[in-house]
Design a protein around this ligand. Structure first.
Ligand code: MN
Length: 264
C-alpha cells in the first residue's frame, strides 16, 4: 500500500478534479441515494459502524468535515476516507470543516497524534490536502456544508461559486451555528445565523434544506432548526450518546426531514 504521504497527494488530486466542482463549490444532481455523515473527529468506531450498516457502494457519500482532532485515531480515519474515495472518486465528497486547519490541530490533538505516531512530516501534504477540500456541496435541492451560510451573503450564484477559503465570508461557512436556545457564542469573529438568513441562502442556492455538522448535540445526536436546517454529529466524544447520519433515498424530499435521520 502507498504511504500516507502518497495517499494524501492522491486524495488532493481527486478533490481538485471532483465532478461538478467550481472553485470551492460542488454541484451535482441527486440521481442516486445520498448518505451524509457529520463530524467524525478521529473516532474509528463511528466509521466502522457506518461501513458495516450502509451500502456505501450504492450511495453518493458526503462527509461534512471535522475528520481530525479530539479523537485518538484521526490518521487511521483519514485512511478509511482515502480508501472510500479511491474506490469511487466521483461519488465521495469530502467537505472542509473548521478542524481541517493546522492551527486547530496544534490545539486540539491531531498535531500531537502525528508526532506520537512518528508522522510529523505529513504536515506539508496535509496542508495541501486541507486546501483542496471544497466548502459547499449542492446535491439537487440539498445544501451540505460544515457550519452555516457565508456572510455577508453573496448577491448571486456566480459570486457564491467564486467564494474560496481565502475570502473572509467563507469563515462563516466553517464556523456559524443556528441561533437557538442552545447557541453559545464561539468568539473570534464567528456568528450565528437566524431563520431569515437561512431562507435567504436557500433561496439564493435554490435549495430546500441545508445539512451541516459542527455542533455536538448531547443525547440525541442531531437537531433540526427552522424546519430546514439539519445538524448531524457522528462522533460521541466518548459520552455514549447517540450519533447521527442522514440517508436520503431517490425521489422528492418530504418536508419532515426527521424521517431521513438515522441515529446509532
Ligand atoms: Mn466544527
Amino acid at each position: 500500500m502507498e504511504s500516507y504521504e502518497e495517499r494524501l497527494k492522491i486524495s488532493t488530486q481527486l478533490n481538485m478534479s471532483l465532478k461538478g466542482r467550481v472553485n470551492s463549490y460542488v454541484e451535482r444532481s441527486r440521481d442516486m441515494p445520498v448518505l451524509i455523515v457529520g463530524d467524525l473527529h478521529g473516532e474509528m468506531d463511528s466509521v466502522h459502524f457506518i461501513l458495516e450498516n450502509f451500502e456505501l457502494d450504492q450511495n453518493l457519500l458526503i462527509f461534512l468535515g471535522d475528520y481530525v482532532d479530539r479523537g485518538k485515531e484521526s490518521l487511521e480515519l483519514l485512511s478509511v476516507l482515502f480508501d472510500l474515495q479511491a474506490r469511487r472518486p466521483g461519488e465521495v465528497i469530502l467537505l472542509r470543516g473548521n478542524h481541517e486547519d493546522w492551527g486547530m490541530n496544534l490545539r486540539y490533538g491531531f498535531a500531537r497524534e502525528l508526532s506520537d505516531k512518528g508522522k510529523d512530516l505529513l504536515y506539508k501534504p496535509l496542508l495541501s490536502w486541507y486546501e483542496s477540500l471544497p466548502l459547499m456541496a449542492r446535491i439537487g435541492e440539498i445544501m451540505a456544508l460544515h457550519g452555516g451560510p457565508p456572510y455577508p451573503l453573496p448577491g448571486n450564484m456566480d459570486d457564491l461559486k467564486k467564494l474560496t477559503f481565502q475570502d473572509e465570508r467563507s469563515m462563516h461557512i466553517l464556523w456559524s451555528d443556528p441561533e437557538d436556545e442552545s447557541y453559545y457564542p464561539r468568539g473570534g469573529g464567528t456568528r450565528s445565523f437566524n431563520r431569515q438568513e437561512l431562507d435567504a441562502f436557500l433561496s439564493l442556492a435554490q435549495c430546500q434544506c441545508m445539512v451541516r455538522g459542527h455542533q455536538y448535540i448531547p443525547s440525541r445526536g442531531y437537531k433540526i432548526n427552522f424546519r430546514k436546517c439539519v445538524t448531524l454529529f457522528t462522533a460521541t466524544y466518548g459520552m455514549g450518546w447517540s450519533r447521527s447520519v442522514m440517508y436520503l433515498p431517490e425521489g422528492p424530499i418530504q418536508e419532515n426531514l426527521e424521517q431521513y435521520i438515522a441515529t446509532f
